[in-house]
Design a protein around this ligand. Structure first.
Ligand code: SAH
Ligand code: SF4
Length: 383
């Protein structure tokens, strides 16, 4: 059997794996054992799974595989930020970024190759839509990154007798890479369940964030199926402007979006929604916009995360000057709104939020425009 014909176990969440094992006559605890081998220990060789019965290992070897998408490029920043480019076939590539901080490590992962929403400030949007990632490709990013970081930590311990090198473990996952996660709902849902499963990654709901441009019906489904932390890409305080900046707003306007966010809060692991707001020079960054935002924020418990725009040539847009961002933030803070400005990290590798590469051809152009955009900016509220 070729790898393509085998079942990739990275794509099966707890219930799906239990069902598969059940079809072979195995008990549910076998599925739990298998989950732990695959996700906690990062093992992809069935022969090493020593506490599984030999016959069961034989069945697994014959019919299953464990493999992440292939990594076609890897970059490290001086500040510890890491970026991987995963080849997902047919000239499509997606990226994941790891950002270490003192008290946590955040992995930002992708959900689609390209994106249909086509926000004019986002280079993923410019690439058009290629396809949804499978659960195995989504979880594969986490599985791979975790193994790579653990191997690094181990090497550092060996090379560093004083043992001062901190472990670079992933404590938080944010779905803020390429694609709109709620437009790839089923695959993302299985991936989220694996992130939360104690036998897999065991992350708490507060430490897993889905970022969405505002797919209202899917926000409601997520509330029922798997309520994790929610970040909403707001970017504009009124429908006229948001229709332009986030075209999905024409389908789900602000009033509907805010209502969906309020419904979500009844299930959410945090008692606020994070609103992401990209700062675009002269477009959405005036005092008047800030005041409109304050009026909107009265309708919902929320926090603001202001994102300095990471420019790229086709967008024709500019980043707001930092003094403007500070003043804008101050207006929100003075109105009692919790507001943070997203930090810039890893400015020696190109891994900017909203500028992750879609396909190999596009990579060339990105490399050419590197000096313009060497900023990484992914930041999550502290749990
Ligand atoms: N599709 C989802 C998640 C992926 S985008 C969403 O839109 O929320 C993740 C975040 O990156 C969003 O808040 C998005 O608005 C932001 N982003 C996109 N392009 C950007 C850019 N050029 N500079 C800074 N942030 C950007
Ligand atoms: Fe898609 Fe999000 Fe980019 Fe908009 S910002 S085009 S929704 S990935």
């Amino acid at each position: 059997m070729s790898n393509a014909e085998r079942i990739n176990l990275l794509g099966l969440d707890g219930p799906a794996l239990t069902e598969l094992v059940g079809q072979w006559g195995g008990k549910p605890f076998r599925a739990r054992q298998l989950l732990r081998w695959v996700h906690q220990r990062g093992v992809n060789d069935f022969d090493l799974m020593t506490d599984l019965a030999r016959e069961f290992r034989g069945q697994l070897t014959e019919r299953c595989s464990i493999h992440a998408p292939e990594v076609s490029m890897e970059q490290r920043s001086a500040d510890g930020t890491r970026k991987w480019l995963f080849d997902v076939g047919q000239n499509n590539a997606v990226e994941s970024v790891f950002i270490p901080e003192d008290d946590r490590g955040t992995l930002c992962i992708s959900s689609q190759a390209g994106c249909t929403v086509a926000c004019p400030f986002c280079s993923t949007g410019y690439q058009g839509f290629n396809r949804n990632l499978t659960t195995a490709e989504i979880i594969g990013q986490l599985w791979f990154a975790r193994r790579a970081l653990q191997a690094d930590a181990q090497a550092a311990r060996i090379g560093n007798a004083s043992g001062n090198e901190p472990d670079r473990v992933i404590t938080n996952v944010v779905m803020m890479g390429m694609g709109e996660p709620l437009l790839n709902y089923d695959q993302v849902l299985h991936a989220l369940r694996l992130m939360l499963d104690d036998n897999a990654y065991g992350l708490s709901r507060r430490r897993v964030t889905v970022s969405t441009s505002g797919v209202v019906p899917m926000i409601d489904r997520l509330a029922r199926d798997c309520p994790v932390a929610l970040a909403v890409s707001l970017h504009a305080p009124n429908d006229a402007l948001r229709d332009r900046l986030v075209p999905l707003n024409r389908k789900y306007p602000l009033a509907e979006l805010i209502s969906a966010c309020n419904r979500y809060l009844e299930f959410a692991p945090r008692d606020f929604i994070t609103f992401e707001y990209i700062m675009l020079d002269g477009v959405n960054d005036t005092d008047e916009h800030a005041r409109e935002l304050i009026a909107l924020a009265r309708q919902i418990r929320c926090k603001f995360n202001l994102i300095p725009f990471n420019p790229f040539p086709q967008s024709g847009l500019k980043r707001s000057p930092s003094a403007r961002v500070r003043l804008f933030a101050q207006i929100l803070i003075d109105a009692g709104l919790v507001t943070t400005v997203r930090k810039t990290r890893g400015d020696d590798i190109a891994a900017a939020c909203g500028q992750l590469a879609g396909d190999v051809k596009d990579r060339t152009r990105i490399a050419e425009r590197l000096p313009d955009r060497a900023v990484i900016a992914i930041h999550q509220e502290r749990p």
